[in-house]
Write a protein that binds this ligand. Structure first.
Ligand SMILES: [Zn+2]
Length: 221
């Protein structure tokens, strides 16, 4: 579904199983953010076609972090013509304890590696100026992605509508996540696209969502 010009969302709505929301950013080629579980990637590609997007135009898969429900589907694109990127700290995490998650999910460990690491600050990806904001706490190399021109903020599992990412996984920290949330809460966004659950739309709603999160969670973190 189209969120705004150049930004598409494929939210996961089945509560019987955990998978992430997938987003598509339209630049020179398409950037697929968080492909989710590999077995559901074909469904996402079908949904893209209905929106007039050609899956063959996907040139880059950008992962907010390395949990299996976000990156397992990278394996679908392991053909060589699609690049993959995430934060360097998340690759380190995957090389160490992060890979254990895949076994816990009954999945095989990822064999793919990023073609390059996205770096903190401005990145020009597929002709789009995206700001990558390193936002650890849910996982060490989590990133948020801000497309200023579209007032779009993709938050991965840092914040959701009315909630925050878990910090009880290995590599997680409540104190660190709190700082990451503080860091992104002032960003001017009209669309907040989280890794799970519903999108938050509207500047006032996004501000209220951050206010709610700070009020509800910060004293426990
Ligand atoms: Zn996660």
């Amino acid at each position: 579904m189209k969120v705004t010009d150049g930004v598409y969302a494929y939210p996961w709505t089945n509560f019987m199983e955990n998978n992430c929301n997938t987003y598509v950013l339209q630049g020179d080629g398409l950037i697929l953010v968080d492909p989710g579980l590999k077995r559901y990637v074909p469904d996402t590609l079908e949904a893209m076609k209905k929106d007039g997007l050609n899956p063959d135009d996907i040139k880059l898969v950008l992962c907010t972090h390395g949990h299996p429900d976000h990156i397992d589907g990278v394996a679908h694109f392991n053909s060589g013509s699609v690049q993959m990127t995430m934060h360097e700290d998340e690759q380190k995490f995957l090389d160490e304890i992060g890979k254990e998650f895949f076994r816990m999910f009954g999945l095989s460990e990822p064999t793919f590696k990023p073609d390059f690491f996205c770096k903190e600050g401005e990145n020009e990806l597929q002709g789009i100026k995206l700001k990558i904001i390193h936002s650890p706490g849910h996982s060490p190399g989590s990133v948020c992605i801000y497309w200023a021109e579209k007032e779009t903020l993709i938050t991965g599992d840092v914040v959701f509508s009315g909630s925050i990412g878990r910090t009880d996984f290995p590599g997680g920290s409540g104190q660190v996540l709190k700082q990451s949330i503080e860091n992104i809460s002032g960003i001017e966004a009209a669309y907040l696209l989280p890794g799970h659950n519903e999108i938050v739309e509207g500047k006032d709603q996004i501000k209220s969502n951050f206010d709610f999160i700070k009020r509800s969670f910060f004293s426990f973190m």
